[in-house]
Write a protein that binds this ligand. Structure first.
Ligand SMILES: [Zn+2]
Length: 395
C-alpha cells in the first residue's frame, strides 16, 4: 500500500522516549508545544547503547545510560513467524509509556512519527548467533544483523506491524537498512584499503551462503576470492588503492553475488512497505555497493527519503546542496525529509532559521530537528523562530 506523504510542510522535534517520561509527559509536551511550535514529534523506537548528559535542571539521572533496545513492550503475536523477539530497553522494565505519549500528543494536535534502526541492532546481534552478520572468516559482528536472514527480515516486518497495530503512528522512519562499510573497527597493524575494508564487511552468514547458493551463485568462488585478497593484505600489509566497484567488475563471481544481494534487499524493502500502514520514510545510507540497498531503484517502495544535513555547513546553502543531491534519488522535494541537528553542528540561531526556512522554501516534505533531550533549553527558542518563519514561507 502506498501512502501519500502529507502535502503541507511538517516540522518535527526528535525526542527520546526516556526524556519525555522523565520530564513528565504532559509537562514535556506542553513545553514543546508552547516553546517550539513544531507540528509533530519523532520518537526513536529502537536505540543502540548510549549515554547522554541531560541539560534540564531537576531531571534525574543527569547522565542517562542505556544498553539500548525496543522502546515499547512488544506484542508476541506480531513475531509468530520469527525466532527473534524484541529486547525491551533496560530503563523501561515492565512499563510501556509509548502509548500514553502518543495519546498525549494526539490531544495536543501533534503528529507522531517513529524511527527504527534496522540492521544496527546490537542487542539482537549479541543474543541471536545466527542473526549476526558474519565475515568471510566466520567471525560474527557484535552490532549488526543480516537482513537476508529470513528470521531477521520477519522480525523487521513484525516490528513495523506491532508499531502500526498498537501505537497508531502517522509515520515511520527506517534507518540503517542494509549492510555497513565496516561494522566494527578491530585493532589492525596497518591501514586497510578501501577494497579490504569493503570485502571484510561482506556478509557470509549461513543464510547468505545457503540462499545465494540455492539461487545459483558460486559461493565457494566468492569466498575464495574474498579470503585470498584479505590474506594477501594481511601477509604483506600493503593494500591497493582500487575502489570496490572496479574490483567487483574484474571478478564476475563477486559481481553476481552483489547483484543477488541487491535483489534480496529490494525484496526486504518491498516487504516493509507492505507491512507499513502509515507514511514510510527511508533514511539515506552508504552507497549501494556497501549497503546492498539501492535507494533509488526502490524509491517506489517508500513515501519519502530522509537525509541528514549539517546546518553548520553553510545554513541555507547546506540545505540547498543536500536537497539538490537527494533529488537524484527521490526526484521531488515533496518526497524529501531533512534531519537537522540544532545541537553541536549548529553555531547559532540565524543558521538554524536559515536552514529550516530554506527547506520549506524548496518544498521539502518535512524537517526533523534534533534533539529535545540533548539541547540546551534556550535553543528551544531557536527552533520556535525557525519553525515560525518556515511555516510562513511554506504557506
Ligand atoms: Zn548474511
Amino acid at each position: 500500500m502506498m501512502v501519500m506523504p502529507e502535502l503541507t510542510f511538517q516540522s518535527n522535534l526528535c525526542c527520546y522516549l526516556w526524556d519525555l517520561v522523565d520530564h513528565g509527559i504532559d509537562d514535556a509536551l506542553d513545553r514543546i508545544q508552547g516553546e517550539t511550535g513544531v507540528t509533530g514529534l519523532v520518537i526513536d523506537l529502537h536505540c543502540p547503547p548510549l549515554e547522554q548528559i541531560r541539560p534540564y535542571p531537576g531531571v534525574l539521572p543527569r547522565t542517562f545510560r542505556t544498553q539500548g533496545g525496543a522502546q515499547f513492550q512488544s506484542e508476541p503475536v506480531c513475531y509468530a513467524g520469527t525466532r527473534i523477539r524484541p529486547v525491551v530497553a533496560d530503563w523501561l522494565r515492565k512499563r510501556n509509556p509509548l502509548k500514553s505519549v502518543v495519546d498525549a500528543c494526539r490531544q495536543r494536535g501533534f503528529r507522531v512519527g517513529g524511527r527504527l534502526t534496522a540492521c544496527e541492532h546490537p542487542v539482537i546481534a549479541l543474543r541471536h548467533d545466527t542473526a549476526a552478520v558474519r565475515d568471510v572468516f566466520g567471525d560474527r559482528s557484535t552490532r549488526r544483523i543480516c537482513p537476508i536472514n529470513p528470521d531477521v527480515a520477519e522480525y523487521f516486518r513484525g516490528l513495523v506491524d506491532d508499531l502500526n497495530a498498537n501505537y497508531g503512528l502517522d509515520s515511520l522512519r527506517i534507518g540503517q537498512l542494509g549492510f555497513a562499510p565496516i561494522h566494527e573497527r578491530p585493532q589492525c597493524g596497518f591501514s586497510l584499503g578501501p577494497i579490504e575494508s569493503w570485502l571484510w564487511s561482506l556478509c557470509f552468514c549461513e543464510s547468505c551462503r545457503q540462499l545465494a547458493s540455492r539461487d545459483g551463485i558460486d559461493m565457494d568462488a566468492v569466498s575464495k576470492r574474498v579470503s585470498a585478497t584479505l590474506e594477501q593484505a594481511l601477509q604483506t600489509g600493503s593494500c591497493s588503492n582500487d575502489m570496490p566497484e572496479a574490483f567487483a567488475e574484474r571478478h564476475p563471481e563477486l559481481g553476481a553475488f552483489l547483484e543477488w544481494r541487491s535483489q534480496q534487499m529490494h525484496n526486504c524493502m518491498i516487504a516493509l512497505r507492505r507491512a507499513c500502514r502509515c507514511t514510510l520514510l527511508v533514511e539515506e545510507h552508504a552507497p549501494s555497493i556497501h549497503s546492498g540497498l539501492d535507494v533509488r531503484a526502490v524509491a517506489h517502495a517508500y513515501d519519502a527519503y530522509s537525509i541528514a544535513c549539517d546546518p553548520g555547513d553553510g545554513g541555507a546553502q547546506a540545505v540547498e546542496r543536500a536537497v539538490r543531491d537527494a533529488l537524484a534519488v527521490c526526484e521531488q522535494p515533496a518526497r524529501l525529509a531533512l534531519r537537522l541537528d540544532a545541537g553541536q553542528g549548529c553555531p547559532d540561531h540565524d543558521v538554524l532559521v536559515a536552514a529550516v526556512v530554506q527547506a520549506a522554501r524548496m518544498g521539502c516534505h518535512s524537517v526533523d530537528i534534533g534533539n529535545y533531550g540533548l539541547l540546551p533549553p534556550v535553543r528551544l527558542e531557536w527552533i520556535r523562530q525557525a519553525v515560525r518563519f518556515a511555516h510562513r514561507e511554506a504557506m
